[in-house]
Ligand binder design. Sequence first.
Ligand SMILES: C[S@@+](CC[C@H](N)C(=O)[O-])C[C@H]1O[C@@H](n2cnc3c(N)ncnc32)[C@H](O)[C@@H]1O
Length: 206
Amino acid sequence: MFSSLRTQWTNRLHWSCEQAMATSWKGIWLAGLILTAALPASAQKETYDPRSMAPYVPTPMKVVHRMLKLGEVKSGDMVYDLGSGDGRIVITAVQEYGAKAVGVELDSDLAERANARIRELNISDRASVMHAHLMEVDLSTASVVTLYLLSSSNMQLRPKLVEDLKAGSRVISHDFQIMGWTPVKTETVEADTRQHTIFVYEVGKQ
Ligand SMILES: C[S@@+](CC[C@H](N)C(=O)[O-])C[C@H]1O[C@@H](n2cnc3c(N)ncnc32)[C@H](O)[C@@H]1O
Protein backbone atom coordinates (compact mmCIF):
# COMPACT_ATOMS: atom_id res chain seq x y z
CA MET A 1 0.00 0.00 0.00
CA PHE A 2 2.81 2.41 0.93
CA SER A 3 4.71 1.72 -2.28
CA SER A 4 1.49 2.29 -4.27
CA LEU A 5 0.94 5.64 -2.56
CA ARG A 6 4.59 6.57 -3.05
CA THR A 7 4.35 5.76 -6.78
CA GLN A 8 1.18 7.83 -7.01
CA TRP A 9 2.77 10.81 -5.33
CA THR A 10 5.86 10.50 -7.52
CA ASN A 11 3.69 10.36 -10.64
CA ARG A 12 1.66 13.44 -9.63
CA LEU A 13 4.78 15.35 -8.62
CA HIS A 14 6.43 14.40 -11.91
CA TRP A 15 3.44 15.71 -13.91
CA SER A 16 3.30 18.93 -11.88
CA CYS A 17 7.02 19.54 -12.44
CA GLU A 18 6.78 18.86 -16.18
CA GLN A 19 3.72 21.13 -16.44
CA ALA A 20 5.52 23.90 -14.58
CA MET A 21 8.54 23.57 -16.85
CA ALA A 22 6.36 23.53 -19.97
CA THR A 23 4.37 26.60 -19.00
CA SER A 24 6.82 28.51 -16.85
CA TRP A 25 3.81 29.27 -14.73
CA LYS A 26 4.85 28.29 -11.25
CA GLY A 27 1.41 29.01 -9.76
CA ILE A 28 -0.12 25.97 -11.43
CA TRP A 29 2.66 23.81 -10.07
CA LEU A 30 2.22 25.11 -6.55
CA ALA A 31 -1.59 24.90 -6.75
CA GLY A 32 -1.31 21.29 -7.98
CA LEU A 33 0.95 20.36 -5.12
CA ILE A 34 -1.27 22.03 -2.53
CA LEU A 35 -4.44 20.44 -3.93
CA THR A 36 -2.79 17.03 -4.09
CA ALA A 37 -1.56 17.36 -0.54
CA ALA A 38 -5.08 18.29 0.57
CA LEU A 39 -6.59 15.04 -0.79
CA PRO A 40 -7.03 12.35 1.86
CA ALA A 41 -4.94 9.25 1.16
CA SER A 42 -8.11 7.13 0.91
CA ALA A 43 -9.52 9.35 -1.88
CA GLN A 44 -6.22 9.20 -3.76
CA LYS A 45 -6.07 5.42 -3.50
CA GLU A 46 -9.62 5.07 -4.80
CA THR A 47 -8.89 7.02 -7.97
CA TYR A 48 -5.30 5.99 -8.67
CA ASP A 49 -4.50 3.52 -11.44
CA PRO A 50 -0.82 2.49 -11.59
CA ARG A 51 -1.05 2.25 -15.41
CA SER A 52 -1.96 5.96 -15.64
CA MET A 53 0.29 7.97 -17.96
CA ALA A 54 -1.12 11.39 -16.91
CA PRO A 55 -3.60 12.81 -14.40
CA TYR A 56 -6.96 14.21 -15.55
CA VAL A 57 -6.63 17.89 -16.41
CA PRO A 58 -9.08 19.10 -19.09
CA THR A 59 -7.84 21.20 -22.00
CA PRO A 60 -9.58 24.62 -22.02
CA MET A 61 -12.09 24.83 -24.89
CA LYS A 62 -10.21 27.72 -26.49
CA VAL A 63 -7.14 25.47 -26.71
CA VAL A 64 -9.23 22.54 -28.00
CA HIS A 65 -10.37 24.71 -30.92
CA ARG A 66 -6.83 25.91 -31.70
CA MET A 67 -5.54 22.31 -31.61
CA LEU A 68 -8.18 21.14 -34.08
CA LYS A 69 -7.76 24.22 -36.31
CA LEU A 70 -3.95 23.95 -36.38
CA GLY A 71 -4.28 20.24 -37.17
CA GLU A 72 -6.63 21.18 -40.05
CA VAL A 73 -9.21 18.67 -38.83
CA LYS A 74 -12.04 18.29 -41.30
CA SER A 75 -14.66 15.95 -42.69
CA GLY A 76 -13.00 12.65 -43.65
CA ASP A 77 -10.56 12.76 -40.71
CA MET A 78 -10.51 10.10 -38.01
CA VAL A 79 -9.35 11.72 -34.77
CA TYR A 80 -8.06 9.67 -31.82
CA ASP A 81 -7.71 11.48 -28.49
CA LEU A 82 -5.39 9.35 -26.36
CA GLY A 83 -6.43 9.93 -22.75
CA SER A 84 -9.72 11.57 -23.66
CA GLY A 85 -10.96 12.72 -20.24
CA ASP A 86 -14.53 14.02 -20.47
CA GLY A 87 -14.51 13.60 -24.27
CA ARG A 88 -14.39 17.29 -25.14
CA ILE A 89 -11.87 16.91 -28.00
CA VAL A 90 -13.76 13.93 -29.45
CA ILE A 91 -17.12 15.74 -29.25
CA THR A 92 -15.77 19.03 -30.65
CA ALA A 93 -13.97 17.29 -33.54
CA VAL A 94 -17.25 15.64 -34.54
CA GLN A 95 -19.71 18.45 -33.87
CA GLU A 96 -17.71 21.41 -35.11
CA TYR A 97 -15.10 20.04 -37.51
CA GLY A 98 -17.12 17.29 -39.23
CA ALA A 99 -14.66 14.51 -38.38
CA LYS A 100 -15.21 11.08 -36.86
CA ALA A 101 -13.51 10.65 -33.50
CA VAL A 102 -12.58 8.03 -30.93
CA GLY A 103 -11.45 8.69 -27.38
CA VAL A 104 -9.34 6.26 -25.38
CA GLU A 105 -9.65 6.64 -21.63
CA LEU A 106 -8.28 4.54 -18.76
CA ASP A 107 -10.64 5.95 -16.15
CA SER A 108 -13.98 4.13 -16.45
CA ASP A 109 -15.98 6.99 -14.88
CA LEU A 110 -14.59 9.52 -17.36
CA ALA A 111 -15.16 7.14 -20.29
CA GLU A 112 -18.77 6.59 -19.18
CA ARG A 113 -19.33 10.33 -18.67
CA ALA A 114 -18.07 11.03 -22.19
CA ASN A 115 -20.19 8.27 -23.73
CA ALA A 116 -23.29 9.51 -21.89
CA ARG A 117 -22.71 12.98 -23.36
CA ILE A 118 -22.17 11.48 -26.83
CA ARG A 119 -25.51 9.62 -26.54
CA GLU A 120 -27.21 12.78 -25.30
CA LEU A 121 -25.90 14.72 -28.31
CA ASN A 122 -27.01 11.94 -30.64
CA ILE A 123 -23.60 11.63 -32.32
CA SER A 124 -22.85 7.97 -31.46
CA ASP A 125 -22.56 7.16 -35.19
CA ARG A 126 -19.43 9.35 -35.38
CA ALA A 127 -18.06 9.56 -31.84
CA SER A 128 -17.20 7.02 -29.17
CA VAL A 129 -14.92 6.59 -26.19
CA MET A 130 -13.22 3.28 -25.44
CA HIS A 131 -12.41 2.38 -21.87
CA ALA A 132 -8.89 1.13 -22.60
CA HIS A 133 -5.16 1.65 -22.12
CA LEU A 134 -3.90 3.93 -24.86
CA MET A 135 -0.85 1.76 -25.57
CA GLU A 136 -3.12 -1.19 -26.36
CA VAL A 137 -5.29 0.44 -29.03
CA ASP A 138 -4.72 0.05 -32.78
CA LEU A 139 -4.24 3.53 -34.26
CA SER A 140 -3.92 2.47 -37.89
CA THR A 141 -7.22 4.11 -38.91
CA ALA A 142 -6.35 7.48 -37.31
CA SER A 143 -5.47 10.47 -39.48
CA VAL A 144 -5.17 12.78 -36.44
CA VAL A 145 -4.00 11.96 -32.90
CA THR A 146 -4.40 14.43 -30.05
CA LEU A 147 -2.45 14.23 -26.78
CA TYR A 148 -2.30 15.93 -23.41
CA LEU A 149 0.04 13.60 -21.57
CA LEU A 150 3.50 13.89 -20.02
CA SER A 151 6.74 14.25 -22.02
CA SER A 152 7.80 10.87 -20.65
CA SER A 153 4.45 9.36 -21.76
CA ASN A 154 4.89 10.88 -25.22
CA MET A 155 8.33 9.24 -25.37
CA GLN A 156 6.79 5.89 -24.45
CA LEU A 157 4.12 6.37 -27.12
CA ARG A 158 6.44 7.60 -29.90
CA PRO A 159 7.42 4.17 -31.36
CA LYS A 160 3.74 3.17 -31.44
CA LEU A 161 2.85 6.35 -33.35
CA VAL A 162 5.59 5.56 -35.89
CA GLU A 163 4.43 1.95 -36.16
CA ASP A 164 0.66 2.56 -36.39
CA LEU A 165 0.17 5.87 -38.20
CA LYS A 166 0.15 6.48 -41.94
CA ALA A 167 2.41 9.12 -43.53
CA GLY A 168 0.70 12.50 -43.45
CA SER A 169 -1.18 11.83 -40.19
CA ARG A 170 -1.02 14.73 -37.74
CA VAL A 171 -0.15 14.41 -34.07
CA ILE A 172 -1.21 17.41 -31.99
CA SER A 173 0.15 17.68 -28.48
CA HIS A 174 -0.95 20.14 -25.81
CA ASP A 175 1.93 21.55 -23.75
CA PHE A 176 4.24 18.52 -23.98
CA GLN A 177 6.61 18.00 -26.88
CA ILE A 178 7.44 14.69 -28.44
CA MET A 179 11.17 14.72 -27.81
CA GLY A 180 13.26 13.98 -30.89
CA TRP A 181 10.53 15.10 -33.30
CA THR A 182 10.38 18.52 -34.96
CA PRO A 183 6.93 20.13 -35.04
CA VAL A 184 5.61 21.50 -38.35
CA LYS A 185 3.69 24.13 -36.33
CA THR A 186 3.94 25.52 -32.81
CA GLU A 187 1.55 28.04 -31.30
CA THR A 188 1.06 29.58 -27.89
CA VAL A 189 -2.47 30.33 -26.73
CA GLU A 190 -3.54 32.18 -23.60
CA ALA A 191 -6.43 30.52 -21.75
CA ASP A 192 -7.47 30.24 -18.11
CA THR A 193 -4.78 32.73 -17.03
CA ARG A 194 -1.80 30.89 -18.48
CA GLN A 195 0.00 30.22 -21.72
CA HIS A 196 -0.62 26.88 -23.44
CA THR A 197 1.65 25.60 -26.18
CA ILE A 198 0.38 23.46 -29.03
CA PHE A 199 2.79 21.32 -31.04
CA VAL A 200 1.68 19.88 -34.40
CA TYR A 201 3.70 17.04 -35.93
CA GLU A 202 3.23 15.33 -39.25
CA VAL A 203 4.18 11.70 -39.67
CA GLY A 204 6.85 11.51 -42.35
CA LYS A 205 8.08 15.04 -41.58
CA GLN A 206 8.87 14.59 -37.90
C1 LIG B 1 -4.34 15.67 -19.05
S1 LIG B 1 -5.82 14.68 -19.24
C2 LIG B 1 -6.35 15.15 -20.88
C3 LIG B 1 -7.83 14.93 -21.12
C4 LIG B 1 -8.30 15.35 -22.52
N1 LIG B 1 -7.50 14.78 -23.57
C5 LIG B 1 -8.25 16.84 -22.66
O1 LIG B 1 -7.32 17.32 -23.32
O2 LIG B 1 -9.14 17.53 -22.11
C6 LIG B 1 -5.07 13.06 -19.51
C7 LIG B 1 -6.08 11.93 -19.56
O3 LIG B 1 -5.40 10.73 -19.90
C8 LIG B 1 -5.99 9.65 -19.20
N2 LIG B 1 -5.01 8.56 -19.16
C9 LIG B 1 -3.88 8.49 -18.41
N3 LIG B 1 -3.22 7.37 -18.67
C10 LIG B 1 -3.93 6.70 -19.62
C11 LIG B 1 -3.74 5.46 -20.29
N4 LIG B 1 -2.69 4.69 -20.03
N5 LIG B 1 -4.67 5.10 -21.21
C12 LIG B 1 -5.75 5.87 -21.47
N6 LIG B 1 -5.99 7.04 -20.84
C13 LIG B 1 -5.08 7.47 -19.94
C14 LIG B 1 -6.31 10.26 -17.84
O4 LIG B 1 -7.28 9.51 -17.14
C15 LIG B 1 -6.80 11.64 -18.25
O5 LIG B 1 -8.19 11.66 -18.46
